[in-house]
Write a protein that binds this ligand. Sequence first.
Ligand code: ADP
Ligand code: MG
Length: 582
Amino acid sequence: MATHQFQTEVNQLLTLIIHSMYSNKEIFLREIVSNASDALDKLKYLSLSDEAYKSVRFDPRIDILFDEEKKTLTVRDTGIGMNSDDVVSNLGTIARSGTKAFIEQLASDAKKDSNLIGQFGVGFYSAFMVASKIEVFTKKAADSKVWKWTSDGKGEYDLSEADDSAFPLVEGVGEGSHGTAVVMYLNDDDKEFASRWKIEDIVKRYSDHIAFPIYLHYLKKEYDDKGKVSSEAMTAEQINDASAIWQKPKSELKEEDYKSFYKSLSHDSEDPLLYVHTKAEGTQEYTTLFYVPQKAPFDMFNADYKSGVKLFVKRVFITDDDKELLPVYLRFVRGIIDSEDLPLNVSREILQQNRILSGIQSSSVKKLLGEFKKLAENDRAKYEKFITEYNRPLKEGLYGDYAHREELSELVRFKSTWVGEDEKDSDGNVKPAPQWTSFADYASRMKPEQKAIYYLTGGDEKTLRQSPHLEAFRKKGIEVLIMADEIDDIVIPSLGKHKEWDLKAANRAGSDDELGSDEDKKTAEEKEKSFKPVAEKIKKALGDRVKDVHLSKRLSDSPSCIVVDENDPSLQMERMMRAMGQ
Ligand code: ADP
Ligand code: MG
């Protein structure tokens, strides 16, 4: 037997898990079951695509056993299993980058929400929320050695070779079978998880649509008319639906089915914000089922975010590690793509330039953007929620996805100097005015003589709203879009126009001229002339620090402000470029 130290990050994580995770503990079972399901997926794929695994028996099942007295809970699968190297790297370290940031986030999360754990993909360790000791027995398919891993989650674990008889016996699973059994010794406070109803409830809620049968083993008692136990015997009952729900016709699926599949797929406990289920037939046959989470995935802005879309070929899981299944800006979307036309042994490299897949991708993007548009048209309140979470990635798309520029420019939203009035419906219920505006809504409020869409960037919303640059616009009743997102500074100039209107920065020199009428212009020119000596003095005093000094038409209350020359980079951009050493 050898004792191993956990990697530092694992230790930090375990300390957090053991000492401060109190909410939503039940998700540990979802995580352990989902690992069993992943292991079955992997073996299924190999047995169909890899010669070395063709002769391995594939009899997929997940079995759950519990012992109320001993306070144990066991999850056994007949999946791929692990050899000793696998165990050391999978159950002793966290290989993902970004782990440190994740642990910090978890530590600072006031709610200590265990949901984050599953989303980050360190689900196995979550079992230490409820267990004071865990044993893992595992045997890799096409291998003969059995390994036993044991730990109390405090700094180290033991790993030793065992034999087939060490595995917990499970009725229905042949002795000597490959796969993994996880035995959890529950804390006194968590012994409720060793009970039939509790387990059934959690599995139904989170794992109903795992595509393999899950059997719950329990002592079934029969009663006579006097209420006395007449017979008792161990029974195994399948407690999940075990079908690939996306293959069912829409007419057979209820909203609840979609929601519960989402939860098992995404490791999220909230309902999705929206879903879209598509079956394509004809030249290409495939099914997609996509979801948008209510809350943006926490790693959305990490470079090493986890992709949320799984690729299947004829119901066989292929990969969930391919970030190209959808464009990067749609990385918040969760779901599955199941193709009938791709070959099963498709490799990653082939996937990257596969025509079938790129066809599915482009119709999926169209479908999703269309769905977002429908939401915007039909449910303003919900769309505002959507925008609060996903405006930023959509703007990335607006910058990068030329093919869908038009659709995306209709989807993005901005804050604005225009503040709408709350509406009242016939019952007197107040419908709050929108917080955001689209380009189209802005355009509908434009002055007849207005030729451009004005916007202001370069600070947070509050600062921008108080900017002296807005004074002249306000006076003229011209609306200005308040663009407080850092990314606006890159996206908007790259757009240049929306429909026939130029997009003009309100803090650029040229935008002044269009504000005044001809009359205004004449007086302004005269004023400018008479102020010239003053302006020149100021310019001399400021020297190299400014390019020019003008008399401004844009101010009515503030004495002066800094503007950017029409063709120069914005202040924000300048700062960014300086930071990049340019
Ligand atoms: P994730 O599932 O997101 O990779 P986990 O912490 O849940 O993260 O699991 C860590 C790793 O341990 C898995 O990626 C897998 O390689 C291995 N593992 C866990 N449970 C099993 C199992 N039942 N069978 C085979 N491998 C497993
Ligand atoms: Mg997992």
